[in-house]
Design a protein around this ligand. Sequence first.
Ligand code: NZQ
Ligand code: ZN
Length: 385
Amino acid sequence: MFNFDFYNPTHISFGQGCIAQLEQFVPAEAKVMVLYGGQSAQRTGTLGEVQRALGTRSVYLFGGIEANPTYETLMQAVHIARAEQIDFLLAVGGGSVIDGTKFVAAAVPYPDEPWNILLTGGRDIQAALPIGTVLTLAATGSEMNNGSVITRSTLQSKLPFHSNFVFPKFSMLDPSKSFTLPERQVANGIVDAFVHVIEQYLTYPVNAPVQDRFAEGLLQTLVEQGPLALSQPDDYDVRANLMWVATLALNGLIGAGVPQDWSTHLIGHELTALYGLDHAQTLAIVLPAMMHERRAAKREKLLQYAERVWGIREGDDEQRIDAVIAQTRDFFEGLGVKTRLSDYELDQSAVEAVLRQLEAHGILDLGEHKDIDLAVSRRVLEDCL
Ligand code: NZQ
Ligand code: ZN
């Protein structure tokens, strides 16, 4: 196992009705900005619930954070937060609203042009406003991690940053909030959480059985509960299990002390930035092709994944690897998330465009061995067609 440093200060409050406890989590004297997305928080009544729980605190509402949150929209919140001397940010929504709120938190006290936060990956952040979150969509794990992904529309750039300053102080996870999600977003959440586990698990063995078995347990739970979330959309326990899996999939625990990949995510971000595909759609496209391309480098873990997660024991090594790649693709397709570029009306020109963006962003050494250069990315993308 590698040496590691594990830190996660986020307080989780989990369960139906937990939003009422916001009262105890947000400082009584705080000047709060509540950030939310398009229509859903208002329409579902969650925003009203939050406002009631905040009682007499001074509250400024900032709505309109889009899926794949943009720098352009968020900078409006930054200007308002500075002018109004906001001292607490409360995100109400999914990964996009939470990520956007993290950016605002870091940008408000940032002494320089805030886009530099993305260009430096968050390394030079020295301070941030405190954040709390009310999660309405189980997927990204942003509610319990220090990461955020922001898009600058004018540049078609979608870039991540990380900083321990933007860990949420607390997150309220009420699984019943996810009942109002459209099927597509439920399926997206399952795929995203699944690929988060895979990117921290499907690399090479380092004798870390705790991380491996924890990851395999999360994957098995997604395989079991994911389809139930679609076939039994009113089942609270299923939604609760999915929400907790998605949080644990990317809160640092399973990735501590093991190699990590993230190539599928970084190529996927370019597809979203260029063509507006949902984050999870890009992952469902890239992952099967990436597994196929990296079958030699990932051989031992692919075989372990095949056996322990999918119970594949028949055939020689190559056949079992083929079978588990097909099984993974079928899992995504079975949730209704298509796995080919052509399913989204994209062709060879998209391959060329993504490669140009990877080059422009200097993303030339992906994967756990840092050897996925443009030539390898080209083979992966052509296999996605
Ligand atoms: O905008 P509204 O009207 O609120 O609608 C949203 C949005 O259109 C809707 N929604 C959310 N909760 C709902 C609901 N609709 C009905 N009922 C509810 N309870 O769902 C749509 C999608 O929301 P979004 O927040 O975009 O989805 P998700 O949570 O999947 O977040 C995706 C973003 O997170 C980033 C992605 O790149 C993408 O930008 N990621 C963040 C990560 C992190 N911070 O660690 C890691 C991930 O790999 C990912 O990159
Ligand atoms: Zn993701």
